[in-house]
Ligand binder design. Structure first.
Ligand code: ZN
Length: 153
């Protein structure tokens, strides 16, 4: 597995100043790969956290008051489309419907296989910098409990 998929962050969470929900840290590498030009020229080096909420305008924020809006991200549209896997362009809706038609295993196995061969790029493609496989499991659980809509975290 590549680094992004094998090492979940153990750093403490930080509350998003926009929505108040505690969020996970990201690396500067992720921030630099996500912010558009020319705004990427203005990024202040800091310890940033990512807010994944579609309803929150803040993408990255730091405890010292630096913040970067979602509108400045390359993945802005993908976030709004509830992308599940940014490396291989798989949406949550697509995976949910695959779960309902029992064709989800092939999709997930494809992602697991790519991940094992370090052919994913979560740290730069995913605005959270994290591997998406945990999200796949989360959707499976939600789909098993009920087929209701997923929440935003
Ligand atoms: Zn937020």
């Amino acid at each position: 597995m590549s680094d992004c998929c094998s090492k979940p962050s153990k750093k403490p969470l930080e509350a998003c100043p926009q929505c108040g929900i505690e969020r996970k840290p990201v690396t500067m590498r992720t921030v630099y790969q996500q912010v558009r030009f020319p705004e990427n020229q203005q990024i202040v080096a800091d310890n940033y956290y990512f807010c994944p909420s579609r309803g929150c305008s803040s993408a990255y924020f730091s405890s010292t008051g630096n913040s970067i809006a979602k509108s400045l991200l390359i993945t802005q549209q993908a976030i709004q489309n509830e992308t599940l896997c940014y490396c291989f362009d798989i949406s949550s809706a697509c995976y949910q419907s695959a779960l309902q038609t029992h064709t989800a295993d092939a999709i997930k196995n494809f992602v697991i296989q790519r991940t094992k061969l370090a052919e994913c790029a979560c740290e730069v493609r995913n605005p959270s910098g994290q591997c998406c496989l945990a999200k796949f499991k989360q959707l499976e659980k939600e789909s098993a409990v009920s087929s209701k809509f997923i929440n935003d975290q």
